[in-house]
Design a protein around this ligand. Structure first.
Ligand code: SAM
Length: 346
C-alpha cells in the first residue's frame, strides 16, 4: 500500500498555511549529506518510570510472544507489545509528535476545558504534560494496558478500559485527544462516533496520527524496495487481524459523518531519515528514523507471525533489511502525519 503521487494534501494546504504546522510541498533532498548538526545525541526524552496502576488485576492479560510482552484489559488484543522497551519507544515517539506540532500538546482552539480525555494514553506521557500545563482541568487517561506511573499530577487519573466497547463515562468531556492510535481499533467510525457522543457541546476532538502509507515524490523509492514491501505486508497482516492501518486520512470524513463542524485537517511529513535539505524536516527525520529503527521488530512481530505465518527468524531478517532502507538517504520517502480536529456543535 504505497503511493508515489499523493494528492489529498492540496485540498487541505490552506489550513496548514494558516496554522504554520503542516508543510505539504515536496521536500528537497539534501545533496550535502553532512548530518553533523544532528548527531550530538541530544536527548530531551526521558523514559518515565513505569509501574502497574492496576484496577482489576484479574482482568489484565499478559501474553509473551517471541520474548516480547503483550498486555491488556480483558484480552491482550493490541497488535504491538506494551513491554518496557515498547513503552520507552512510545515516549520517544511522543517527543516526535510534540516536535512535529511545533512543541505543542494540542492545536484545537481550546477555551473552557474542565474535563479532558486522553484516549489510548499509553504510558500517560501526553496526559501528564497536559495535566501539568492545565492544573485547573480534570484529565483522564484511558488505555487497555496498565502501564501508567503512580506519581502523576493530582488533576490526572488513569483508567484501564477497552475503548472499542460501549463507553460508560459518567460525565462528558470538553476535549478528547487521540494520539498515535493507528492500528488500535477495528471500527474507527464507531470510535469517532463515541468521541462525538462523549463531548460536551462546543467540545473538541483532536487526532494526531501517522498515515502508515509510505510515499515518495521523486521516483527514488522502487516499488520492489524492502520499505515498500514492509508496508504492503503490514497492511495485509493488519487487515487479516481486523485492525486496518489505512484509516487516518479517512478520519476527517468520519468526523463529518458523526456531526463535527469546523473541522481542520493538517497534513505534514515524517521523512524516513535525514534526507531532506530543510533543517526542520531533517531533524524530524532523524528522530523518525530512530523511532522506526527501534520499532521495526515490535511493530512487525505479531502481525507477521500470527497473521502472515512468518517464522521469527524470517521476521528478524526482514526487519534488518527494513532498517537498512530506513538509513538509505537515496530513498526520499516519507509518511504523512495528520493533525485533525473538529468541534461538536452547540
Ligand atoms: C502507539 S500507543 C500510543 C499511546 C499514546 N497515545 C502516545 O501517543 O504515547 C497505542 C496505545 O493504544 C492502546 N490501545 C490499543 N487498543 C486499545 C483499546 N481498544 N482501548 C484502549 N487502549 C487501546 C495501547 O495499549 C497503547 O498504549
Amino acid at each position: 500500500m504505497a503511493t508515489n503521487n499523493p494528492n489529498e494534501e492540496d485540498r487541505l494546504s490552506a489550513a496548514s498555511d494558516e496554522l504554520e504546522v503542516g508543510d505539504t510541498a515536496p521536500l528537497e533532498p539534501d545533496t550535502n549529506n553532512d548530518d553533523s548538526d544532528f548527531d550530538d545525541g541530544d536527548s530531551a526524552i526521558e523514559s518515565l518510570a513505569s509501574s502497574t496502576a492496576s484496577i482489576r488485576e484479574d482482568l489484565i492479560k499478559e501474553i509473551k510472544l517471541h520474548g516480547r510482552g503483550y498486555t491488556g484489559y480483558m484480552e491482550a488484543k493490541y497488535l504491538l507489545p506494551m513491554d518496557e522497551e515498547e513503552r520507552e519507544r512510545c515516549d520517544f515517539q511522543h517527543h516526535i509528535v510534540w516536535l512535529t506540532i511545533n512543541q505543542k500538546l494540542n492545536l484545537a482552539p481550546l477555551k473552557h476545558i474542565n474535563r479532558v480525555l486522553d484516549a489510548g494514553c499509553g504510558t500517560g506521557i501526553w496526559a501528564i504534560d497536559f495535566a501539568d500545563a492545565h492544573p485547573e482541568t480534570e484529565v483522564i487517561g484511558v488505555d487497555l494496558a496498565p502501564v501508567q506511573p503512580h506519581n502523576v499530577p493530582p488533576n490526572l487519573n488513569f483508567e484501564i478500559d477497552d475503548l472499542e466497547q460501549d463507553w460508560t463515562f459518567s460525565r462528558k468531556f470538553d476535549y478528547i485527544h487521540s494520539q498515535m492510535m493507528c492500528g488500535a481499533f477495528k471500527d474507527w467510525p464507531r470510535y469517532i462516533k463515541q468521541c462525538y457522543e462523549f463531548l460536551e457541546p462546543n467540545g473538541y476532538f483532536e487526532l494526531q496520527d501517522l498515515d502508515v502509507v509510505i510515499r515518495c515524490d521523486d521516483g527514488s523509492m522502487p516499488s520492489n524496495s524492502t520499505i515498500v514491501r514492509w508496508h504492503n505486508y503490514m497492511h495485509d497482516g493488519a487487515n487479516k487481524a481486523g485492525f486496518p492501518l489505512d484509516q487516518i486520512p479517512k478520519v476527517e470524513g468520519m468526523m463529518r459523518d458523526a456531526g463535527f463542524v469546523d473541522i481542520v485537517a493538517i497534513p505534514t511529513k515524517w521523512p524516513i531519515n535525514t534526507w531532506p535539505k530543510d533543517k526542520r524536516f531533517k531533524e524530524i527525520g532523524k528522530w523518525v528514523s530512530e523511532n522506526f529503527n527501534w520499532g521495526a521488530e515490535s511493530m512487525t512481530l505479531a502481525i507477521y507471525t500470527n497473521f502472515l505465518g512468518w517464522s521469527i527468524d524470517e521476521v528478524r531478517v526482514f526487519a534488518a533489511a527494513f532498517r537498512a532502507d530506513l538509513r538509505n538517504k537515496k530513498l526520499h520517502a516519507y509518511w504523512n502525519f495528520w493533525v485533525i480536529y473538529g468541534r461538536k456543535p452547540e
